[in-house]
Design a binder for this molecule. Structure first.
Ligand SMILES: CC(C)(COP(=O)(O)OP(=O)(O)OC[C@H]1O[C@@H](n2cnc3c(N)ncnc32)[C@H](O)[C@@H]1OP(=O)(O)O)[C@@H](O)C(=O)NCCC(=O)NCCS
Length: 229
């Protein structure tokens, strides 16, 4: 299918039966079979798995989302690994009404109203940078997942999750943090995901494998050098 009213970088790879409308797709990005992208902005080097639906969503550089995921009215950071069969930014239906149909259903079935109601950006679901979501995670609309957080498989996330926390369960609760508080403070200051890609490539030995004092010191030095430039 030809993209509609969209800007698709020619280096991106769009597989079969993909529907793209009112969207932007960056360089070297992969959109796999049967995915749907509407009113969304996808940065460079992103991978969208098969049968995903992205609606009013932005994806930061290098992030990945697995097969069968639905994301609506959300902002996803850079370098995220989001597993498969996720539901991010889904809304609650009005169960106090006699009929719980959404505006989209009223429009679709009965031709009443304007359809999908716009959501203000202040109510978007936010996924930070360097976030890992396990399989089948459900994050409800408006929740903020901090940079570096981990959400365990099958979790239902109803409340904001702080940076570098590991949260699991339904409803999701923080069980531990990836690092000690002082290390987390440093990483939040370093914000390596904002570096230019060449610097990240050069720093890869400090970003990969278990973080230790030597690696953290090296990351701090790079961050300082960048500030002084
Ligand atoms: C969250 C996760 C990373 C934690 O791993 P871990 O640090 O090794 O944690 P542990 O196994 O030591 O578990 C710690 C506690 O949390 C519980 N727990 C772990 N993951 C859980 C989950 N997804 N849901 C509910 N409870 C969970 C454990 O049962 C354990 O509880 P206990 O202390 O009462 O026994 C991992 O369990 C997980 O869910 N990974 C996602 C895997 C996945 O979906 N991969 C898809 C490919 S990306």
């Amino acid at each position: 299918m030809e993209p509609i009213n969209s800007i698709i970088d020619p280096t991106s790879k769009i597989f079969s039966d993909v529907y793209i409308r009112d969207s932007k797709v960056g360089k070297d990005t992969v959109v796999s079979d049967r995915s749907v992208i509407i009113s969304s902005a996808i940065e460079d080097k992103v991978t969208i798995g098969r049968e995903c639906s992205l609606v009013y969503t932005s994806f930061g550089y290098g992030s990945f989302i697995g097969k069968g995921s639905l994301v609506k009215f959300s902002k996803i950071g850079r370098f995220c690994d989001l597993s498969w069969q996720l539901s991010i930014g889904g809304s609650n239906h009005n169960y106090k009404a006699a009929c719980m149909y959404t505006d989209s259903s009223w429009k679709r079935v009965l031709g009443i109203g304007d359809g999908l109601a716009p959501v203000p950006e202040s109510e978007y679901t936010i996924i930070g940078n360097d976030v890992w979501l396990g399989a089948k995670v459900n994050i409800i609309r408006g929740v903020k997942i901090g940079d570096g957080a981990v959400i365990g498989a099958n979790s239902l996330v109803l409340h904001d999750i702080p940076p570098y926390a590991i949260a699991v369960g339904s409803p999701a609760r923080v069980i531990k943090y990836r690092f000690d508080e002082s290390v987390i403070e440093e990483l939040i200051k370093i914000k390596w995901w904002e570096w230019d890609i060449e610097t990240i490539r050069e720093a890869s030995e400090y970003l990969r494998g278990d973080l230790d004092e030597r690696k953290l010191d090296s990351l701090k030095t790079i961050a300082r050098e960048r500030e002084n430039k």
